[in-house]
Design a protein around this ligand. Structure first.
Ligand code: ZN
Ligand code: ZN
Ligand code: ZN
Ligand code: ZN
Ligand code: ZN
Length: 366
């Protein structure tokens, strides 16, 4: 792999780094350090996969615009250009050659049907009269004839017990029995009023058809016909896959941001993985490169970063890690696993000792 530093360069960088930190030990001296290489790996592939299908279409009206759409004869082999960028999703809508036609609507007559609400009359029946809301069409319509026109008596006074003076004063001459000051002021003794809706005619315009007697057929949107055709669709959809081996979690930020990753990009199914790829890495990645059915484009990106692990024998409690960046070799150090456990044990021992001293002090002070 291009850009991989030599072992000597790595050891020199570690020695300089350790020196700056005041840690002794000459890493470059023969046999003074052990160096092992690993390769961090970040592989991604995005493929553009082609899918297609057909469906019967039926839309209301005379859709002249459908004739302007591109047509196909065999959808499977219909040519569409592969995407420049496999990340890009695209779709085509086509019309099967010779499938476009029109058919009359079977559910109406020329786009309309007889109005169901008025049964095609354009009007609906309405009572000619309504009850008087003041006397409620009861005996209060007239205190003399009760709205019948036949006087029951001539005896005064002409009022009902329990009626107020204001009520009595509002009374008018009855149109039925022609007695003064006895009738309901609203209906004048008639008990009912002319219907305000139909004006006594007995019919009102049908609200469902506005009097037109026919209503628009919603299914064909009043056109009385349908446009029918077979639609074919083709889609290019991106599918992504990845394989990663990014090494120690606590080094990922540094290696990811500053590492001089070596990149290979494969765009054709015939493009080969680089020769210098480890066999185990090739075994990991090769299955991801197998061409998929209906694959029309791909972009596979293989990125690798060599990472050196150095143990300096004179400085056994630290692990050194080094990797190339664009500006040189970066070295990082971490306490060894043994060192971390050692300090954890020391911490526990110290805590125990503090507890013991405290107990002893309490005993002595009693
Ligand atoms: Zn219709
Ligand atoms: Zn009416
Ligand atoms: Zn009367
Ligand atoms: Zn009345
Ligand atoms: Zn109607």
């Amino acid at each position: 792999m291009a850009g991989r530093p030599s072992d000597t360069e790595i050891l020199e960088a570690v020695e300089a780094y350790a020196g700056r930190r005041g840690a002794g030990g000459r890493a470059t001296a023969p046999g003074a350090a052990a160096l092992t290489w690993t390769t961090l790996l970040d592989f991604r592939i995005v493929r553009s996969l082609k899918t297609h299908g057909e469906r019967p279409m039926r839309e209301p009206g005379s859709r002249k615009d459908i004739a302007n759409r591109p047509t196909y004869t065999v959808l499977d082999s219909h040519p569409v250009p592969p995407p420049e960028d496999p990340e890009q999703a695209r779709s085509w809508t086509l019309v099967l050659e010779g499938s476009l036609g029109e058919e009359p609507c079977a559910g109406c007559d020329g786009g309309t049907n007889k109005c169901g609400a008025c049964r095609g009359r354009g009007v609906r029946d309405c009572p000619r009269f309504v009850d008087c809301p003041v006397c409620e069409a009861g005996p209060d319509a007239c205190w003399e004839c009760e709205g019948t026109g036949r006087s029951r008596s001539r005896r005064p006074p002409h009022w009902r017990p329990g009626t107020s003076a204001a009520d009595r004063a509002a009374r008018v001459r009855c149109v039925r029995c022609r007695t003064d000051d006895v009738a309901c002021p609203k209906c004048r003794g008639r008990r009912r009023l002319d219907c305000p809706e139909c004006g006594k005619s007995g019919q009102v315009e049908c609200t469902a058809c506005s009097g037109a007697k026919r209503v628009t057929h919603p299914e064909c949107r009043g056109t009385g016909r349908f446009t029918v055709w077979t639609e074919g669709w083709i889609r290019h959809t991106p599918h992504r896959d990845r394989e990663r081996r990014l090494g120690r979690r606590d080094l990922r930020r540094a290696t990811g941001n500053t590492g001089d990753w070596h990149e290979n990009v494969l765009r054709r199914t015939t493009d080969k993985l680089p020769d210098d790829l480890d066999d185990s890495d090739e075994a990991l990645i090769a299955p991801h490169l197998t061409p998929r059915k209906d694959e029309v484009a791909r972009r596979a990106t293989l990125r690798r970063l060599p990472l050196a692990h150095v143990r300096v024998h004179a400085d056994p409690h630290r692990d050194y890690f080094a990797f190339p960046t664009h500006t040189g070799i970066v070295v990082l150090s971490r306490p060894t696993g043994e060192r971390v456990r050692h300090f954890a044990a020391l911490g526990t021992a110290a805590a125990l000792l503090v507890t013991l001293v405290a107990v002893l002090a309490m005993v002595l002070l009693r």
